[in-house]
Design a protein around this ligand. Structure first.
Ligand code: ADP
Ligand code: MG
Length: 315
């Protein structure tokens, strides 16, 4: 069945004794998109994945996954999802091929041998397919784990920090696999501590802080909340005020001065401002320039700003 949202949760809560790991998690992941759950260590990411994949029962709240109620229709949910993460399902005594065959049989996949070979190829494991998985590197095990979760072609795939600690080559294979899956209509919910990963893969980002979604938006939307850092260094102190006037006009923001460096900066909300235009305008105003820079915000800036704001509001 198709529904607009592959994952829709409302007010999910989970306590572990005194620890309130999730304090009302609201998520809406449109079918066929990649949602990045971005948050620091301890934010509640793994708990969220374990709840949404029926590995843990929520204390409160509700969710629908691929159109089925998480608690009342847990078996139907399980049939439609794949999960991989910090609870490795790979058996080290078996070879890579044997591991995948086992999953294929368990889930009664048609053409298990072909499906297994196809996945081994896709994840760069064909050469090591007949070696025990215990001899695999961390990156290879992670790829095998992901391959296992794809045996059944899940509608919704949950990846808990899929690339944490991986070498760039393994990371790129996993990123390519995620892109390929979404190109074929799979919905992916992945958690990450890496801003770059969310930026690369996610259509939508939910910033999770202290068990709650602190902010949501596309990577571009989250970045536009912060603005572009503009800085100009002038040749002598006499023209600093003129440079500031130009910045004020272009950015609509209050400039700030660094008199020691003869520099003036501002944060522009106007994402159409370009370096050539900035330089042209300063030149036209007769400002002799030493340096000028535009730095678009990174998701790191967004993360620090928004989680700070969140703490201030909560305080
Ligand atoms: N089984 C558990 N027992 C007790 N505390 C837990 C358990 N699982 C998670 N927690 C606590 O819940 C909070 C959220 O953890 P987790 O979901 O693992 O965060 P993340 O994956 O974002 O690092 C943390 O404070 C963690 O210590
Ligand atoms: Mg975790």
């Amino acid at each position: 069945m198709t529904s607009t949202y592959a994952v829709l949760s409302e007010g999910l809560e989970k306590r572990f004794g005194a620890v309130h790991a999730l304090r009302g998690l609201d998520l809406a992941v449109a079918t066929g998109t990649v949602c990045g759950i971005l948050g620091p260590n301890g934010a509640g990411k793994t708990t969220a994945v374990r709840l949404l994949t029926t590995l843990l029962r929520p204390d409160a709240g509700s969710a629908r996954i691929a159109g089925h109620d998480l608690v009342r229709e847990a078996a139907a949910v399980r049939r439609r999802i794949g999960v991989t993460g910090q609870y490795a399902s790979v058996d080290g005594d078996l070879t890579g091929r044997e591991n995948l065959r086992l999953f294929a049989r368990l889930h009664r996949v048609r053409g298990p041998a072909e499906r297994t070979s196809e996945l081994l190829d896709r994840f760069g494991l064909a050469g090591a397919a007949d070696r025990p998985a215990s001899t695999y590197s961390g990156g290879m095990r992670r790829r095998l784990d992901l391959a296992a979760s794809l045996i059944r072609r899940p509608e919704v795939l949950f990846l808990d920090e899929p690339t944490t600690g991986l070498d760039p080559a393994s990371r790129n294979l996993i990123w390519a696999a995620v892109r390929d899956l979404t190109a074929h209509g799979t919905t992916v919910l992945l958690t990450t501590q890496y801003l770059e990963e969310a930026d690369q893969l996610a259509d939508g980002i939910a910033l999770v802080d202290q068990g709650r979604v602190a902010h949501t938006g596309s990577p571009a939307q989250l970045k536009s909340l912060i603005g572009t850092q503009v800085e100009v260094v002038v040749a002598n102190a006499d023209v600093l005020a003129e440079a500031a006037a130009v910045l004020d006009r272009l950015t609509g923001a209050q400039p700030s001065f660094d008199h020691e460096r003869n520099a003036v900066g501002a944060v522009s909300r106007d994402s159409t401002l370009t370096l050539p235009r900035l330089v042209r305008e300063l030149d036209a105003a007769g400002v002799p320039l030493l340096d000028a820079s535009l730095r678009p915000p990174t998701l790191d800036d967004v993360f620090l700003r928004l989680t700070d704001d969140h703490k201030e509001r909560a305080a």
